[in-house]
Design a protein around this ligand. Sequence first.
Ligand code: C2E
Ligand code: MG
Ligand code: MG
Length: 373
Amino acid sequence: MCIRDSCDTGQVFNVGGNAFVLLVKVSDRLALHERIDAIQQAMTPVFELQNFSLHINVQMGIAWYPEHDRSGTKLLEMAGAALHPAQLKGLPMLEYDDSMFRTTVERLELINGLNNAIRENELVLHYQPKLDIARGIVTEVEALVRWQHPQYGMVPPDKFISLAEQTGFIHELTLWVLDTVLQQYRRWRDEESIVLPIAVNVSAESLRTPEFFDVVESALERNSLSADAICLEVTESVVVDNPQAAIAILDRFQHKGIRLAVDDYGTGYSSLAQLQQLPVNELKIDKAFVTNLTSRQADQVIVKSTIEMAHALGLGVVAEGIEDAASLEWLQRHGCDTAQGYFICRPVPADELVEWLRQSHYHDRRPRLVNAE
Ligand code: C2E
Ligand code: MG
Ligand code: MG
Protein backbone atom coordinates (compact mmCIF):
# COMPACT_ATOMS: atom_id res chain seq x y z
CA MET A 1 0.00 0.00 0.00
CA CYS A 2 1.28 3.46 -0.76
CA ILE A 3 0.55 6.68 1.02
CA ARG A 4 1.46 9.76 -0.99
CA ASP A 5 3.70 11.79 1.31
CA SER A 6 7.36 12.47 1.86
CA CYS A 7 9.38 9.26 1.77
CA ASP A 8 9.89 7.06 4.82
CA THR A 9 11.42 3.63 5.23
CA GLY A 10 8.06 1.85 5.46
CA GLN A 11 6.76 -1.04 7.52
CA VAL A 12 6.60 -4.71 6.56
CA PHE A 13 4.00 -7.21 7.80
CA ASN A 14 3.90 -10.91 7.08
CA VAL A 15 0.28 -11.81 6.27
CA GLY A 16 0.75 -15.56 5.91
CA GLY A 17 3.09 -17.87 4.01
CA ASN A 18 5.11 -16.01 1.44
CA ALA A 19 2.81 -12.94 1.41
CA PHE A 20 3.95 -9.62 2.85
CA VAL A 21 2.32 -6.22 3.13
CA LEU A 22 4.63 -3.27 2.72
CA LEU A 23 3.29 0.06 3.91
CA VAL A 24 5.29 2.97 2.47
CA LYS A 25 4.92 6.72 2.17
CA VAL A 26 6.15 8.05 -1.16
CA SER A 27 5.95 11.53 -2.66
CA ASP A 28 5.08 10.40 -6.18
CA ARG A 29 5.07 7.52 -8.64
CA LEU A 30 8.74 8.00 -9.48
CA ALA A 31 9.66 7.54 -5.84
CA LEU A 32 7.52 4.42 -5.72
CA HIS A 33 9.32 2.95 -8.72
CA GLU A 34 12.70 3.71 -7.14
CA ARG A 35 11.54 1.88 -4.02
CA ILE A 36 10.37 -1.11 -6.05
CA ASP A 37 13.69 -1.27 -7.93
CA ALA A 38 15.55 -1.25 -4.62
CA ILE A 39 13.43 -4.15 -3.28
CA GLN A 40 13.92 -6.15 -6.47
CA GLN A 41 17.68 -5.59 -6.35
CA ALA A 42 17.87 -6.61 -2.70
CA MET A 43 16.21 -9.91 -3.62
CA THR A 44 18.33 -10.64 -6.71
CA PRO A 45 21.24 -12.52 -5.04
CA VAL A 46 20.81 -16.26 -4.58
CA PHE A 47 20.36 -17.01 -0.87
CA GLU A 48 22.29 -20.06 0.28
CA LEU A 49 20.41 -22.05 2.96
CA GLN A 50 22.14 -25.22 4.15
CA ASN A 51 22.24 -27.32 0.95
CA PHE A 52 19.68 -25.26 -0.94
CA SER A 53 20.07 -22.27 -3.22
CA LEU A 54 17.03 -20.04 -2.91
CA HIS A 55 16.04 -17.86 -5.87
CA ILE A 56 13.51 -15.31 -4.65
CA ASN A 57 11.09 -13.76 -7.06
CA VAL A 58 9.14 -10.73 -5.77
CA GLN A 59 5.84 -9.70 -7.33
CA MET A 60 3.73 -6.83 -6.09
CA GLY A 61 0.19 -5.54 -6.27
CA ILE A 62 -0.12 -1.87 -5.45
CA ALA A 63 -3.00 0.22 -4.05
CA TRP A 64 -2.79 3.94 -3.20
CA TYR A 65 -4.07 5.74 -0.13
CA PRO A 66 -6.21 7.83 -0.34
CA GLU A 67 -6.94 7.64 -4.13
CA HIS A 68 -8.12 4.05 -4.19
CA ASP A 69 -9.69 3.95 -0.74
CA ARG A 70 -9.31 5.15 2.82
CA SER A 71 -9.99 1.82 4.51
CA GLY A 72 -7.03 -0.43 5.25
CA THR A 73 -9.07 -3.59 4.60
CA LYS A 74 -10.24 -2.33 1.20
CA LEU A 75 -6.71 -1.27 0.24
CA LEU A 76 -5.44 -4.74 1.13
CA GLU A 77 -8.11 -6.35 -1.06
CA MET A 78 -7.21 -4.01 -3.92
CA ALA A 79 -3.48 -4.71 -3.64
CA GLY A 80 -4.35 -8.42 -3.68
CA ALA A 81 -6.55 -7.94 -6.75
CA ALA A 82 -3.61 -6.31 -8.55
CA LEU A 83 -1.14 -8.95 -7.40
CA HIS A 84 -2.99 -11.84 -9.00
CA PRO A 85 -2.75 -10.63 -12.65
CA ALA A 86 0.88 -9.61 -11.97
CA GLN A 87 1.60 -13.22 -10.97
CA LEU A 88 -0.26 -14.64 -13.96
CA LYS A 89 1.60 -12.36 -16.39
CA GLY A 90 4.95 -12.77 -14.63
CA LEU A 91 5.24 -8.99 -14.05
CA PRO A 92 7.23 -7.49 -11.15
CA MET A 93 4.30 -5.23 -10.18
CA LEU A 94 0.86 -3.97 -11.17
CA GLU A 95 -1.18 -1.08 -9.80
CA TYR A 96 -4.82 -1.65 -8.94
CA ASP A 97 -7.55 -0.50 -11.30
CA ASP A 98 -11.30 -1.06 -11.11
CA SER A 99 -11.41 -3.67 -13.87
CA MET A 100 -9.49 -5.97 -11.53
CA PHE A 101 -12.30 -6.01 -9.03
CA ARG A 102 -14.73 -8.15 -11.10
CA THR A 103 -11.99 -10.70 -11.76
CA THR A 104 -11.30 -10.79 -8.04
CA VAL A 105 -14.92 -11.46 -7.14
CA GLU A 106 -15.01 -14.28 -9.70
CA ARG A 107 -11.74 -15.60 -8.36
CA LEU A 108 -12.98 -15.57 -4.76
CA GLU A 109 -16.14 -17.41 -5.83
CA LEU A 110 -14.03 -20.02 -7.60
CA ILE A 111 -11.78 -20.43 -4.55
CA ASN A 112 -14.82 -20.89 -2.30
CA GLY A 113 -16.42 -23.35 -4.69
CA LEU A 114 -13.27 -25.43 -5.15
CA ASN A 115 -13.53 -26.86 -1.66
CA ASN A 116 -16.93 -28.33 -2.51
CA ALA A 117 -16.19 -29.26 -6.11
CA ILE A 118 -15.10 -32.83 -5.37
CA ARG A 119 -17.84 -33.48 -2.81
CA GLU A 120 -20.47 -32.11 -5.20
CA ASN A 121 -19.15 -34.24 -8.09
CA GLU A 122 -18.41 -31.16 -10.17
CA LEU A 123 -14.96 -32.18 -11.41
CA VAL A 124 -14.73 -34.30 -14.56
CA LEU A 125 -11.86 -35.76 -16.50
CA HIS A 126 -11.61 -35.61 -20.27
CA TYR A 127 -9.15 -37.83 -22.12
CA GLN A 128 -7.04 -37.00 -25.16
CA PRO A 129 -5.28 -39.74 -27.17
CA LYS A 130 -1.52 -39.81 -27.71
CA LEU A 131 -0.70 -41.35 -31.06
CA ASP A 132 2.40 -43.46 -31.71
CA ILE A 133 3.23 -41.93 -35.10
CA ALA A 134 5.34 -44.75 -36.56
CA ARG A 135 2.86 -47.50 -35.61
CA GLY A 136 -0.23 -45.40 -36.27
CA ILE A 137 -1.95 -46.46 -33.04
CA VAL A 138 -3.02 -44.80 -29.82
CA THR A 139 -0.76 -46.00 -27.04
CA GLU A 140 -1.74 -43.69 -24.18
CA VAL A 141 -4.27 -40.99 -23.22
CA GLU A 142 -3.82 -37.83 -21.16
CA ALA A 143 -6.33 -37.00 -18.42
CA LEU A 144 -7.34 -33.32 -18.40
CA VAL A 145 -9.52 -32.00 -15.59
CA ARG A 146 -12.55 -29.72 -16.10
CA TRP A 147 -14.89 -28.14 -13.56
CA GLN A 148 -18.61 -28.19 -14.27
CA HIS A 149 -19.39 -25.08 -12.25
CA PRO A 150 -23.06 -24.54 -11.30
CA GLN A 151 -22.78 -20.83 -12.20
CA TYR A 152 -19.93 -20.47 -14.70
CA GLY A 153 -20.47 -23.65 -16.75
CA MET A 154 -17.49 -25.70 -17.91
CA VAL A 155 -14.41 -24.02 -16.37
CA PRO A 156 -11.09 -24.95 -18.05
CA PRO A 157 -8.13 -25.98 -15.87
CA ASP A 158 -6.13 -22.84 -16.69
CA LYS A 159 -8.73 -20.90 -14.66
CA PHE A 160 -8.60 -22.96 -11.48
CA ILE A 161 -5.40 -25.04 -11.25
CA SER A 162 -3.30 -22.05 -10.18
CA LEU A 163 -5.99 -21.14 -7.60
CA ALA A 164 -5.91 -24.71 -6.32
CA GLU A 165 -2.12 -24.44 -6.08
CA GLN A 166 -2.29 -21.18 -4.14
CA THR A 167 -4.89 -22.44 -1.67
CA GLY A 168 -3.37 -25.89 -1.14
CA PHE A 169 -6.46 -27.61 -2.61
CA ILE A 170 -4.21 -29.00 -5.34
CA HIS A 171 -3.24 -31.99 -3.16
CA GLU A 172 -6.85 -33.09 -2.82
CA LEU A 173 -7.37 -32.50 -6.54
CA THR A 174 -4.31 -34.53 -7.56
CA LEU A 175 -5.46 -37.39 -5.35
CA TRP A 176 -8.95 -37.27 -6.90
CA VAL A 177 -7.46 -37.24 -10.42
CA LEU A 178 -5.19 -40.19 -9.60
CA ASP A 179 -8.00 -42.29 -8.16
CA THR A 180 -10.41 -41.41 -10.98
CA VAL A 181 -7.78 -42.22 -13.60
CA LEU A 182 -6.93 -45.58 -12.03
CA GLN A 183 -10.61 -46.54 -11.76
CA GLN A 184 -11.07 -45.52 -15.41
CA TYR A 185 -8.08 -47.61 -16.45
CA ARG A 186 -9.66 -50.67 -14.76
CA ARG A 187 -13.09 -50.00 -16.27
CA TRP A 188 -11.67 -49.75 -19.80
CA ARG A 189 -9.59 -52.88 -19.24
CA ASP A 190 -12.31 -54.99 -17.61
CA GLU A 191 -15.40 -53.83 -19.50
CA GLU A 192 -14.03 -52.84 -22.92
CA SER A 193 -10.81 -54.90 -23.15
CA ILE A 194 -8.94 -51.68 -23.82
CA VAL A 195 -5.58 -51.40 -22.08
CA LEU A 196 -4.49 -47.77 -22.19
CA PRO A 197 -2.02 -46.15 -19.81
CA ILE A 198 -3.22 -42.72 -18.66
CA ALA A 199 -0.99 -39.66 -18.24
CA VAL A 200 -1.67 -37.49 -15.19
CA ASN A 201 -0.55 -33.85 -14.93
CA VAL A 202 1.24 -33.23 -11.66
CA SER A 203 1.69 -29.72 -10.28
CA ALA A 204 5.05 -28.70 -8.93
CA GLU A 205 3.30 -28.13 -5.58
CA SER A 206 2.23 -31.79 -5.39
CA LEU A 207 5.58 -33.11 -6.52
CA ARG A 208 7.40 -31.08 -3.88
CA THR A 209 5.49 -32.56 -0.94
CA PRO A 210 7.54 -35.32 0.70
CA GLU A 211 4.54 -37.69 0.92
CA PHE A 212 3.61 -37.46 -2.79
CA PHE A 213 5.45 -40.65 -3.74
CA ASP A 214 3.53 -42.60 -1.07
CA VAL A 215 0.26 -41.04 -2.25
CA VAL A 216 0.84 -42.39 -5.77
CA GLU A 217 2.06 -45.76 -4.52
CA SER A 218 -0.96 -46.28 -2.27
CA ALA A 219 -3.37 -45.13 -5.04
CA LEU A 220 -1.91 -47.88 -7.26
CA GLU A 221 -2.21 -50.44 -4.45
CA ARG A 222 -5.76 -49.37 -3.59
CA ASN A 223 -6.74 -49.98 -7.21
CA SER A 224 -4.65 -53.18 -7.54
CA LEU A 225 -2.71 -51.75 -10.47
CA SER A 226 0.95 -51.77 -11.39
CA ALA A 227 3.17 -48.82 -12.29
CA ASP A 228 2.60 -49.10 -16.06
CA ALA A 229 -1.04 -47.96 -15.70
CA ILE A 230 0.04 -44.32 -15.45
CA CYS A 231 2.55 -41.77 -16.66
CA LEU A 232 3.25 -38.55 -14.74
CA GLU A 233 3.63 -35.26 -16.63
CA VAL A 234 5.66 -32.61 -14.80
CA THR A 235 6.51 -29.13 -16.02
CA GLU A 236 9.94 -27.70 -16.57
CA SER A 237 9.51 -25.31 -13.62
CA VAL A 238 9.89 -28.26 -11.24
CA VAL A 239 13.39 -28.76 -12.51
CA VAL A 240 14.44 -25.14 -12.76
CA ASP A 241 13.38 -24.22 -9.21
CA ASN A 242 15.31 -26.95 -7.46
CA PRO A 243 17.03 -29.44 -9.77
CA GLN A 244 18.54 -31.64 -7.04
CA ALA A 245 15.26 -32.11 -5.20
CA ALA A 246 13.46 -32.77 -8.50
CA ILE A 247 15.97 -35.44 -9.48
CA ALA A 248 15.63 -37.16 -6.11
CA ILE A 249 11.83 -37.45 -6.28
CA LEU A 250 11.71 -38.32 -10.00
CA ASP A 251 14.28 -41.04 -9.35
CA ARG A 252 11.91 -42.74 -6.92
CA PHE A 253 9.14 -42.83 -9.52
CA GLN A 254 11.56 -44.07 -12.18
CA HIS A 255 12.67 -46.92 -9.91
CA LYS A 256 9.07 -47.82 -9.26
CA GLY A 257 8.63 -48.15 -13.06
CA ILE A 258 6.34 -45.13 -13.50
CA ARG A 259 6.94 -43.35 -16.80
CA LEU A 260 7.73 -39.62 -16.58
CA ALA A 261 7.33 -36.82 -19.09
CA VAL A 262 8.49 -33.19 -19.08
CA ASP A 263 5.40 -31.20 -20.16
CA ASP A 264 5.27 -27.84 -21.99
CA TYR A 265 8.92 -28.18 -22.99
CA GLY A 266 10.31 -24.94 -24.41
CA THR A 267 8.24 -22.53 -22.30
CA GLY A 268 10.43 -22.69 -19.20
CA TYR A 269 14.08 -22.00 -18.77
CA SER A 270 15.56 -25.44 -18.29
CA SER A 271 18.97 -25.94 -19.80
CA LEU A 272 20.10 -28.99 -21.70
CA ALA A 273 22.51 -29.77 -18.87
CA GLN A 274 19.60 -29.83 -16.39
CA LEU A 275 17.46 -32.00 -18.64
CA GLN A 276 20.26 -34.46 -19.14
CA GLN A 277 20.37 -35.19 -15.42
CA LEU A 278 16.63 -35.81 -15.22
CA PRO A 279 15.39 -39.37 -14.91
CA VAL A 280 12.49 -38.89 -17.39
CA ASN A 281 11.26 -40.88 -20.40
CA GLU A 282 9.89 -38.24 -22.73
CA LEU A 283 9.75 -34.56 -23.63
CA LYS A 284 6.46 -32.98 -24.63
CA ILE A 285 7.13 -30.06 -26.95
CA ASP A 286 4.76 -27.24 -26.04
CA LYS A 287 1.93 -26.51 -28.44
CA ALA A 288 3.20 -22.95 -28.92
CA PHE A 289 5.88 -24.41 -31.23
CA VAL A 290 3.62 -26.96 -32.92
CA THR A 291 0.29 -25.31 -33.73
CA ASN A 292 1.73 -23.18 -36.58
CA LEU A 293 4.53 -25.55 -37.45
CA THR A 294 4.14 -25.67 -41.22
CA SER A 295 3.93 -21.89 -41.65
CA ARG A 296 6.66 -20.82 -39.20
CA GLN A 297 10.25 -21.55 -40.13
CA ALA A 298 11.53 -20.63 -36.64
CA ASP A 299 9.21 -23.21 -35.02
CA GLN A 300 10.44 -25.86 -37.46
CA VAL A 301 14.04 -25.18 -36.44
CA ILE A 302 13.16 -25.43 -32.73
CA VAL A 303 11.09 -28.60 -33.11
CA LYS A 304 13.61 -30.31 -35.38
CA SER A 305 16.53 -29.60 -33.05
CA THR A 306 14.50 -30.58 -29.97
CA ILE A 307 13.68 -33.95 -31.56
CA GLU A 308 17.35 -34.53 -32.40
CA MET A 309 18.56 -33.40 -29.00
CA ALA A 310 15.97 -35.46 -27.08
CA HIS A 311 16.75 -38.58 -29.10
CA ALA A 312 20.47 -38.08 -28.47
CA LEU A 313 19.66 -38.02 -24.74
CA GLY A 314 17.60 -41.20 -25.10
CA LEU A 315 14.24 -39.49 -24.62
CA GLY A 316 11.03 -39.99 -26.57
CA VAL A 317 9.39 -36.89 -28.07
CA VAL A 318 5.70 -35.95 -27.97
CA ALA A 319 4.42 -32.99 -29.99
CA GLU A 320 1.22 -31.50 -28.57
CA GLY A 321 -1.18 -29.09 -30.28
CA ILE A 322 -1.29 -30.70 -33.75
CA GLU A 323 -4.18 -29.09 -35.57
CA ASP A 324 -3.70 -30.18 -39.20
CA ALA A 325 -2.56 -33.06 -41.39
CA ALA A 326 0.44 -31.16 -42.74
CA SER A 327 1.93 -30.73 -39.23
CA LEU A 328 1.43 -34.40 -38.42
CA GLU A 329 3.09 -35.37 -41.69
CA TRP A 330 5.99 -32.94 -41.03
CA LEU A 331 6.52 -34.44 -37.56
CA GLN A 332 6.46 -37.96 -38.94
CA ARG A 333 9.10 -37.01 -41.53
CA HIS A 334 11.30 -35.54 -38.79
CA GLY A 335 11.18 -38.58 -36.54
CA CYS A 336 8.83 -37.33 -33.80
CA ASP A 337 7.61 -40.34 -31.78
CA THR A 338 4.20 -39.32 -30.48
CA ALA A 339 1.50 -36.88 -31.57
CA GLN A 340 -1.32 -35.24 -29.65
CA GLY A 341 -3.74 -32.58 -30.84
CA TYR A 342 -7.20 -31.57 -32.02
CA PHE A 343 -6.41 -32.93 -35.50
CA ILE A 344 -6.23 -36.44 -34.05
CA CYS A 345 -8.88 -36.03 -31.35
CA ARG A 346 -9.95 -33.33 -28.88
CA PRO A 347 -10.02 -34.17 -25.16
CA VAL A 348 -13.35 -36.01 -24.68
CA PRO A 349 -15.28 -37.72 -21.84
CA ALA A 350 -14.39 -41.37 -21.16
CA ASP A 351 -17.38 -42.87 -23.01
CA GLU A 352 -16.79 -40.76 -26.09
CA LEU A 353 -13.18 -41.85 -26.17
CA VAL A 354 -14.23 -45.50 -26.36
CA GLU A 355 -16.60 -44.66 -29.25
CA TRP A 356 -13.85 -42.71 -30.99
CA LEU A 357 -11.37 -45.56 -30.55
CA ARG A 358 -13.84 -48.09 -31.97
CA GLN A 359 -14.39 -46.02 -35.09
CA SER A 360 -10.86 -44.78 -35.52
CA HIS A 361 -8.22 -46.46 -37.65
CA TYR A 362 -5.76 -45.49 -34.89
CA HIS A 363 -7.07 -48.19 -32.55
CA ASP A 364 -4.90 -51.28 -32.20
CA ARG A 365 -7.43 -54.09 -32.76
CA ARG A 366 -4.98 -56.92 -32.38
CA PRO A 367 -5.94 -59.28 -29.55
CA ARG A 368 -4.24 -58.24 -26.33
CA LEU A 369 -3.32 -60.02 -23.20
CA VAL A 370 -5.27 -58.39 -20.40
CA ASN A 371 -3.41 -58.93 -17.15
CA ALA A 372 -5.73 -60.01 -14.38
CA GLU A 373 -4.31 -58.01 -11.48
P1 C2E B 1 -1.18 -29.64 -20.76
O1 C2E B 1 -0.93 -30.73 -19.81
O2 C2E B 1 -0.03 -29.15 -21.56
O3 C2E B 1 -2.36 -30.14 -21.69
C1 C2E B 1 -2.48 -29.83 -23.06
C2 C2E B 1 -3.48 -28.72 -23.26
O4 C2E B 1 -3.53 -28.42 -24.66
C3 C2E B 1 -4.91 -29.12 -22.88
O5 C2E B 1 -5.56 -27.94 -22.46
C4 C2E B 1 -5.49 -29.57 -24.22
O6 C2E B 1 -6.89 -29.48 -24.26
C5 C2E B 1 -4.84 -28.57 -25.15
N1 C2E B 1 -4.74 -29.08 -26.52
C6 C2E B 1 -4.63 -30.35 -26.94
N2 C2E B 1 -4.53 -30.42 -28.28
C7 C2E B 1 -4.60 -29.14 -28.73
C8 C2E B 1 -4.57 -28.55 -30.04
O7 C2E B 1 -4.45 -29.21 -31.05
N3 C2E B 1 -4.64 -27.19 -30.10
C9 C2E B 1 -4.75 -26.42 -28.98
N4 C2E B 1 -4.82 -25.11 -29.13
N5 C2E B 1 -4.79 -26.95 -27.73
C10 C2E B 1 -4.71 -28.29 -27.61
P2 C2E B 1 -6.48 -27.94 -21.17
O8 C2E B 1 -7.25 -29.20 -21.08
O9 C2E B 1 -7.21 -26.65 -21.13
O10 C2E B 1 -5.42 -27.99 -20.00
C11 C2E B 1 -4.55 -26.92 -19.79
C12 C2E B 1 -3.50 -27.24 -18.76
O11 C2E B 1 -4.09 -27.42 -17.46
C13 C2E B 1 -2.78 -28.56 -19.03
O12 C2E B 1 -1.78 -28.36 -20.02
C14 C2E B 1 -2.20 -28.86 -17.65
O13 C2E B 1 -1.02 -28.13 -17.43
C15 C2E B 1 -3.28 -28.31 -16.73
N6 C2E B 1 -4.08 -29.44 -16.25
C16 C2E B 1 -5.09 -30.11 -16.86
N7 C2E B 1 -5.56 -31.12 -16.08
C17 C2E B 1 -4.79 -31.10 -14.95
C18 C2E B 1 -4.77 -31.90 -13.74
O14 C2E B 1 -5.50 -32.87 -13.57
N8 C2E B 1 -3.83 -31.55 -12.80
C19 C2E B 1 -2.97 -30.51 -12.98
N9 C2E B 1 -2.09 -30.24 -11.98
N10 C2E B 1 -2.95 -29.75 -14.09
C20 C2E B 1 -3.86 -30.04 -15.06
MG1 MG C 1 0.08 -32.39 -19.86
MG1 MG D 1 1.61 -29.36 -22.34
